[in-house]
Design a protein. Sequence first.
Length: 164
Amino acid sequence: TIPNLPATTLAEYCYENMFSMCTSLTTIPSDLLPATTLANNCYQNMFYMCTSLTTIPNLPATTLAEYCYDNMFSSCSGLVETPEGWYLPAQTTATCSCRYMFDNCSKLQKMAVSYSGTITASHWEKFLRYVSNTGTFYYSKNQTKENIRSIVPSGWTLVQSSAW
C-alpha cells in the first residue's frame, strides 16, 4: 500500500524517484498527491519504470515549478490510457514542467487532458514520446489544435472536448 503524502506545499526534489522502478505498483490512490504548490523537480521520476502501473491520479497542483513533472510516469509500459478528463488545473506551466512526462509509455494510446493554460512545446517537451503510434488525444475546449499537435504524435487523432 502506498502511504499518504499529505503535504500541500513541496520542497525541491522532495519526492524525486520515490516510487521509481516499483514494478509491482498497479494503481495510485486518487488523493495521493494533494499538493497545490509545487517546487522545482519535486515529482521528477516519481513513478519512473513502474511497469505494472495502469491508473494514475489527477494532479491538483495550481502552481507548477521547473521540471516538477519531468519524467513523472516515464517508461510506465503498463499504462494504456489516462482517466477520462484527467486534469491539470494549473493555469500556466513552468520551464519543462511537463517534459517527458509520459515518455516511453509504449502502450499508451488514449489520453484526455483537461488543462486551462496554454500548452506550449517548450514546457511540454516530448510529453508523449515513444508511445503507441496511433491513439486519441482529447483536449480542453480552450486549447488550439496547433498547440496540441506540437506535443502529440502525428499518428494520433485529436478530439476537442465540448465538456471541459
